[in-house]
Write a protein that binds this ligand. Structure first.
Ligand SMILES: N[C@@H](CCC(=O)N[C@@H](CS)C(=O)NCC(=O)O)C(=O)O
Length: 256
């Protein structure tokens, strides 16, 4: 039996839902409401001591870290494969996975938190904000940096730089392998782990202008969105939409 503790709009949950869908696996979902701090409750922390979503529970074993979960699913349910068959190809995929976790997955949170989460934190009294920080696990320092005024413009600029570098790397990989996927002919965990990040960039209006419709990066994203797995992994309510479409770049920057 497969259970997934997740959230529709969380990009890390979307990665895992894509992998489950590509594998054709049935699973039972439990929505973890971050706004109600479900992720910081003792029951959830017993499954995932990092206090973040997602967590997969397979036959009673809790598996954490979205990228690790994708690789786990590929190992335990090898058909259809989501990793190259040859060792150098698998090494290339793992290098992508490290890059995705270290660079764009971290960077996208900076403008995204400024745009989406900050208003709720700005509305809190200082003591409430500090109380919230005190309950956190691995994200306390990150939320402290955001504070109640948003990430600094320097931090936003660095994040945007890393996101632009990610777009360049995707374009280069597609060029070098000939596509249509990052590692060549077949989709792999690398595509499934990166597409939700790039999709979020697009939702927030953060793709660089060069990557408009028809660019290789957009075609790659559209190709993944067109797969049957996307509709299963992104049920209605999974998209992040901003009520106010104006001044996104300005708002992504320092709020105070
Ligand atoms: N490295 C973790 C990161 C998971 C993560 O940051 N999840 C976010 C949602 S996308 C979360 O639970 N955030 C709650 C918080 O930061 O307090 C993974 O890939 O599973």
């Amino acid at each position: 039996m497969i259970e997934l503790y997740h959230l529709p709009q969380s990009i890390c949950s979307q990665k895992v839902r894509l992998a489950l869908a590509e594998k054709g696996l049935n699973w039972t979902g439990h929505v973890v409401d971050l706004a109600r701090f479900d992720h910081l409750q003792p029951d959830y922390l017993a499954l995932n001591p990092n206090g973040v979503v997602p967590t997969l529970v397979h036959d009673g074993a809790a598996i954490i870290e979205s990228t690790v979960i994708c690789e786990y699913l590929d190992e335990v349910f090898p058909t259809p494969p989501l990793s190259p068959r040859d060792a150098p190809g698998r090494a290339r995929m793992r290098a992508w996975l490290r890059f995705i976790d270290e660079v764009p997955s971290m960077a996208v949170r900076v403008p995204s938190f400024n745009l989406v989460l900050l208003p709720a934190y700005q509305a809190m009294a200082r003591a409430e904000f500090e109380g919230h920080l005190a309950r956190m696990t691995i994200r306390r320092a990150f939320f402290r940096r955001m504070g109640q005024r948003g990430f600094s413009s320097d931090e936003v600029a660095d994040a945007m730089d890393q996101l632009a570098m990610t777009e360049e790397r995707i374009a280069r990989a597609l060029d070098q392998t000939g596509g249509p996927f990052l590692l060549g002919q077949e989709p792999s965990c690398a595509d499934l782990c990166l597409a939700p990040v790039v999709n979020r960039m697009q939702e927030l209006g953060l793709l660089t202008p060069g990557n408009s419709a028809g660019s290789s990066v957009r075609l790659w994203l559209d190709r993944l969105r067109a797969r049957p797995s996307w509709a299963l992994a992104y049920p209605p309510g999974s998209e992040m939409t901003l009520a106010d479409e104006t001044n996104r770049t300005e708002k992504a920057g320092h709020a105070g």
